[in-house]
Ligand binder design. Sequence first.
Ligand code: MBD
Ligand code: FE
Length: 282
Amino acid sequence: MSTTQPSPTAAGSGASATEAFRARSHAGAGGTSQERVATVVKAVLDGVHAAITAHQVTYAEFSAAKQWLIDVGEGGEWPLLLDVFVEHEVEEVAAQHQQGTKGTILGPYYLPGATRLPSVATLPMRDDEPGTPLVFAGQVRDTTGEPVPAAELDLWHADHAGYYSGFAPHVPAGNLRGVVVADDEGRFEISTVQPAPYQIPTDGPTGRLVEAAGWHPWRPAHLHLIVRAPGHRPITTQLYFAGGDWLDSDVAQATKPELVLAPQRQEDGRLRSEYDFVLEPV
Ligand code: MBD
Ligand code: FE
């Protein structure tokens, strides 16, 4: 178990995800018909009503829920909460009509505009960046097996203690984030460090819910990626590590068997993993 990890604070992570979300989202539900709003929202409300009746929810519980929802908003944790507990289902629906490498959820900690790097690159990191060095290499091809030129791997991940740059004040901006531009054959080789499992901050409303329900707050260690290339559908995905904690009980339910790396230890002590991506032409 990873209980020796320091615990990320809400101030340092979940809360700032609201700002990041606002900065990158443009349109709302424009184009959604009145009929669809009514249908989907009614289905959601029917589910809530059914739970209240089935479990004989009291006024005291209704008030506690109301206060907690207010706290989620005031704490800026709506992106954290929704990405942990809801996004996986939206992704499953989207995935029904997708070819190529499996996708999974984006999560709350993506930041656009990371440093662009060549096909053989080391992610930006501190001089004394702690953690086991990890080399991640592979090739981007299309669904016919042809190498894809001009592919980019937009990569971000937590550090050895589970913190993300941009969301934890003590981690320098841009740490362990980069846009790696693959070579003409779609090949890349990225040096970084092994991330730790991620713990939902225990001092915010999302963490309080997890605690109140007696669930665990962990995601398995993962690399986040958006792989894109001209003329192809971008893939948002994550890669996990075989044998790692929480792989079979991700609080965000975002693991898939196809997305698990099995790094090998090299003679120089570094871990190495290969993974090839398959993009679907559009
Ligand atoms: C994460 O690091 C993450 O990837 C998701 C999906 C939710 C919360 C934190
Ligand atoms: Fe993550």
